[in-house]
Design a binder for this molecule. Structure first.
Ligand code: XMP
Length: 329
């Protein structure tokens, strides 16, 4: 691991000029560290790993090997966007792993939230390690570690997503490359913008590691997961259209595992409800609810009922944190 520390007097990267200076400096540092050897990166399509990928592509081109694992719990269009941006546009060396069946088969019938998280985390490491073992001549592992991850792991709050999760035979093979480790999240976004990443990738709302899995409470089924994914896509589209996407801190839908009676075209239905949650916060410890205009709620109800199979009711969650958490599991 490089032992760069964030200098106390480091200027906050707030402008394209400062971001350009940072990018130039990191490209030289990466080239000096890596030379003509290869670097492996787990590319989720989240802000941090995407910015690391874009930086490394600039620095070492085809010597970066990106692995994108589709675990089936990503939002609508995300795997496609990773392929389009990194493989088609930036010409990156990208391995796409379709692990959807593998994850959903392992999760079938598992209702306990912590067990679900555990399975998703373990399976991810297994899939990534399998890909890493297939590759030869790769000596470095790049990670999207950022400065708050370092601070939190130093304070003992959480272990940041590091090579520690990987099996020993893999972890010991690699030296780490962490080009954004001295940046805060807002700085990573400024750098990402200048590297040409799309706005919806750089300005993304927070998204949990276990993905839509925690928004499909109880045992995940493919049909209910699809209802979460489709309703989430409609909510995101409407937030974009109504200028709320950059303003509301986090917004998503949840489809709980119970059904209620409804009526459609004169016939009885027995389907799931879809819950909308939209919240604001600064520190995630305390959260307030975004109050949406009535017309937008009406419109969302109509669209979700009309477009998402299996939904016959739409509810809005008005509960702050505490007492509720942001996610449902
Ligand atoms: P809660 O539900 O704890 O959520 O109030 C607070 C913030 O953390 C996110 N979250 C997670 N992020 N893995 C993650 O990477 C997780 O297991 C996880 N659970 C919650 C949540 O989306 C919210 O932003």
């Amino acid at each position: 691991m490089t032992d760069i520390r964030r200098p106390d007097d480091m200027v906050r990267i707030t402008t394209p000029e400062l971001a350009q200076a940072f990018i130039d400096e990191q490209i030289s540092a990466i080239r000096a560290q890596v030379g003509d050897r290869k670097v492996l990166l787990a590319l989720s399509g989240g802000v941090d790993s995407s910015v690391v990928a874009a930086l490394l592509i600039k620095a070492i081109g085809q010597n970066l090997v990106c692995v994108h694992v589709n675990h089936g719990l990503l939002r609508k269009g995300e795997p496609e966007q990773v392929i389009q941006v990194f493989r088609d546009e930036m010409k990156a060396n990208l391995i796409y792993v379709d692990a959807v069946d593998r994850f959903l088969d392992k999760l079938a019938g598992v209702a306990d939230p912590e067990q679900k998280r555990h399975i998703i985390g373990e399976e991810f490491i297994d899939v990534f390690a399998e890909e890493a073992r297939k590759l030869e001549g790769v000596d470095f592992l790049a990670q999207g570690t950022i400065w708050p991850d370092i601070l939190e792991s130093e304070a003992g709050i959480k272990a940041h997503h590091n090579a520690g999760g990987l099996p020993e035979d893999i972890a010991s093979r690699f030296e780490l490359v962490e080009p954004v480790r001295i940046l805060f999240k807002d700085e990573v976004r400024v750098v990402g913008r200048l590297l040409g990443l799309p706005a919806n990738m750089v300005d993304r709302q927070p998204f949990p590691g276990p993905g839509l899995g925690v928004r499909c409470p109880g045992a995940i089924t493919r049909d209910r997961l699809e209802a979460v994914r489709e309703s989430d896509a409609i909510l995101r589209e409407e937030f974009e259209k109504n200028g709320l996407a950059g303003k509301v801190w986090q917004y998503f839908t949840v489809v709980p595992d119970f059904k209620s009676t409804g009526v459609k075209d004169g016939k009885r239905t027995f389907d799931w409800p879809c819950i909308i949650r939209a919240i604001n916060t600064t520190d995630v410890m305390e959260v307030t609810v975004e109050h949406l205009p009535d017309e937008l709620i009406d419109h969302l109800v109509k669209r979700i009922i009309a477009e998402v199979p299996g939904i016959n009711r739409v509810l809005y969650d008005y509960t702050p944190k505490p007492p509720a958490t942001v996610e449902y599991e």
